[in-house]
Design a protein around this ligand. Sequence first.
Ligand code: ACO
Length: 334
Amino acid sequence: MTNAYIRGTGFHVPDRILTNADLEKIVETSDEWITSRTGIKERHIAAKGEAASDLAAAAAKKALADAGMEAEELTHILVATVTPDCYTPACSCLVQAKLGLTHRIAMDLNAACSGFLYGLEQARAIVALKPEAKILLVGAEILTSRTNWEDRTTCVLFGDGAGAVIISGEPAPGTGSGRPAGRILDSLLCSDGSGADLLVISGGASSEPYATGQVVGPSHYIRMKGQDVFKLAVRSMESVCKDILARNGLSVDDVDLLIPHQANSRIIEAVGRKLGVAAERVFINVDRYGNTSAASVPIALAEARQQGRITEGSLVLLTAFGGGFTWGASLVRF
Ligand code: ACO
C-alpha cells in the first residue's frame, strides 16, 4: 500500500475577534465563568457575507504554499464541515472554484468535530487506490451562523475558522517550507448515533423542514447537553487513543505531541491526564479560537508546525470527538 504523507499545513481565521468581555454585553455571563469552565478567552467571527468556502480557500492557499505546490496539481478536494455555504452545491465544489480549478473530485464530509480525522482516513484510502493523487483536505466552519446568541450555555463556546492540509503518496517532493512531511501511520474512527439528540442542529433539515414565513427558532441553532457531552468526549478520546497506540505497538511515552479537538481546556486537560501525557506535550489553542468543530484539529496542527513544536521524527497523536456522536484518533510520524 502506498504511504500517505501530510506535505503542507495552513490555517485561516476571520479578522474580527469576539472577546469574553464582548459576550458579557450580549448574554448574562462573565469572563471569569467562561475562562474557568472552558479556557476560552476569545474567538474569531466571520464577517457578514464571509462563508465557509472563503475561509477554506484561504487556508488551502497557505497549505499549498507550505507544501511548495500549485493548486493546479490537486486531484481531489475534500472539505469537512457542518456549516457549508449552502445545502447544495457542496462546499468542496465552491472551494475548487475559488482556487480557479475545475474537473477535480470534490466532496464534503460531515462527521462534526471529528470531520478532519474522517477526511484524513479518506485521503489515506484515496492514496492507497491512486498513488498519484494530490489531495487538499480542509476542515472549515462558520459555527457562529448556527449559534443562538440568546443561549449563554452554547454561544460562548464556538468560533469560526479553517485549517487545511495537502496529502500525497510516495515518492513525492519534500515540503516547500522545509518542514518535515508527516506519514499517516494509522487512523481509528468510531461513531454511535444513539446519542444524536445530545448535540444537534435540526431546524431547516429534512426532519424539520422550513415552511414559508416560518420564524427561526432555537432548533435552527446548536443545542447541546453540555455535561453529557463533556463526559462522553473525555471517555471516548481516552479510549480511542489507548486503542490506536496499542494496535501500533506504541505507548504514550512515544507520543511527542497530543493534539486533541479544541472544545474546552478542561476536556483537553482531562484527556491528557487520563492518558498520562505531560501537559507540555498537549497542544492547546482553544483560548484564542474557541471550538471551531471540524477546523479545530487542522488549525491546531498547522499552528503547532508553525511554532516548531513538530520536528523531524515527531510522533503526533490527533484525536477528536463530536456530534453524531463521532470520534477517532490518528497517528502521524513527521
Ligand atoms: N455564563 C454564566 N453562567 C452560565 C453560562 C454562561 N455562559 N452557561 C451556563 N451557565 C450557568 C448555568 O445556567 C448553571 O446555572 P445554575 O446552576 O444556576 O443552573 C451553571 O452555570 C452551571 O451550568 P452547567 O451546565 O452545569 O456548567 P458546566 O460546568 O457543565 O459547564 C459547559 C458547561 C462549559 C458547556 C460544559 O458542560 C462543557 O464544556 N461541555 C462540553 C461541551 C462541548 O464542549 N461541546 C462542544 C461540542 S462537542 C465537542 O466539541 C466535544
